[in-house]
Design a protein around this ligand. Structure first.
Ligand SMILES: [Zn+2]
Length: 398
């Protein structure tokens, strides 16, 4: 950034209105947008209403707006502030849905106390969405002409199947760089592990349990499968770690088999969770499992198993540390906190790998409060997030 740009950035930072951010955040908390999860989308349990609100806000700020349904009642919404030149585009992206609020008293009455805003969605992630609007408000108010194009993007269904970001990955818009304001406590997270689930099934021969020697027990076979996989984490830990994500992980999560105690079960099913590193794939996971299970046939010629297609499949995310958006966020974080800042991995999986644009996670609020029955965001983090996003906008687009 040259001196003139820095001066303009500082001037806008000085005009930042925390009241405006808080008002937008409280208004958004008051619009229930629970993910319907496996149920039907319906008022309060879909993104339609919050999507309309966000479109209206972006439109009032002079953005060219549009929306596209990822499923009926479940829109992705977009706002574009066109640049005057050919410089890169930056997308500020966040999901519109929240997790359900069952058991959360007054989840949609936004409350301000102790320097925090409370309510469902306050940190995950309507705070990020509110900060994006303030960035655009500041640019609009000062009539700033940017070379590059700024895109705001509200996404459906992050909390379940991520149909919103998958749709954007297919149909755009694409951006040169993207920030996702998921609650990272404003840590700059260019990478995260992927989440991969699948079923392993074993088969047997059902007979009356009084003569088990005539049957083949699918549960006992599954016990051997579990044992065969018991050193899988040790093997993953022995592989080359990713600099930010560390090692992959394996966890057997759900097991089902048999339906009558007086019968030898002919079927058993185990669902496993595998946390992937950048570079891991469905194919490599399957190979790891097959390598362990094939050897079980030596002692049990009737041993038969099946590995399902992925029941859950979110790839890992990995944006280079030297990419402009990562460098810019690290720099502004360091400026604002006055201490050295390192990039880190985001603990959870996000929309990032689906978007088709390189995306870094950095947002206000903490994952400790996200999804809890006492969700909040620190107001100080709303200010700092907006300053960091504004810094990135000037750094990348001015
Ligand atoms: Zn989230």
């Amino acid at each position: 950034m040259n001196d003139q740009v820095i001066e303009q950035l500082n001037s806008l930072s000085g005009s930042l209105s925390i009241e405006s951010i808080k008002d937008r955040l409280k208004e958004m908390i008051a619009i229930p947008s629970e993910n319907p999860m496996a149920g039907e989308p319906r008022p309060g349990h879909r993104e339609k209403e919050i999507g309309e609100y966000y479109l209206e806000q972006m439109s009032q700020l002079g953005m060219a707006v549009s929306s596209r349904d990822a499923a009926p009642g479940r829109p992705n919404v977009f706002g574009t502030r066109q640049g005057v030149g050919e410089r890169p585009s930056l997308m500020l992206c966040g999901h519109l849905d929240t997790v359900p609020a069952e058991g959360y008293e007054q989840a949609y009455c936004a409350r301000e106390a102790d320097g925090r805003i409370y309510g469902r969605g306050s940190c995950d992630m309507k705070a990020g969405l509110a900060c994006y609007l303030e960035v655009v408000r500041l640019l609009q108010e000062a009539d700033v002409q940017l070379q590059g194009t700024l895109i705001l993007c509200g996404v459906a269904d992050e909390e379940w199947q991520m149909i919103g970001s998958r749709e954007i990955g297919l149909n755009g818009p694409m951006a040169d760089q993207c920030i996702i304001g998921e609650p990272s406590d404003l840590a700059v997270c260019p990478a995260h592990k992927g989440q991969h689930g699948l079923f392993i099934r074993t088969f047997g021969k059902a007979v009356h349990s009084s003569i088990p020697e005539h049957g083949e027990n699918a549960i006992e076979r599954m016990a051997r499968v579990v044992t065969a996989l018991s050193d899988y984490n040790a093997e993953l830990a022995s592989r080359e770690p990713h600099p930010l994500c560390g090692h992959g992980r394996y966890s057997p999560g759900v097991i089902r088999g048999g339906d009558l105690v007086s019968a030898v079960p002919d079927f058993c099913e185990l669902e496993i969770d595998r946390r992937l590193l950048p570079g891991d794939s469905a194919k490599s996971v399957r190979q790891d499992i097959e390598k362990r299970l094939e050897s079980l046939k030596a002692d049990d010629p009737g041993f038969r198993y099946e590995i399902s297609d992925p029941s859950w499949d979110i790839p890992a995310n990995d944006v280079p540390l030297d990419s402009p958006v990562v460098r810019s966020l690290l720099e502004s974080s360091q400026l604002l906190t006055g201490s050295p800042v390192q990039a880190s991995a985001f603990p959870g999986a996000t929309d990032a790998p689906h978007l088709g644009s390189p995306a870094v996670v950095c947002g206000p609020g903490s994952l400790v409060q996200a999804h809890s029955l006492n969700e909040y965001v620190e107001i100080e983090q709303l200010t700092r997030a907006t300053q960091m996003y504004l810094h990135a906008v000037f750094d990348l687009l001015a």
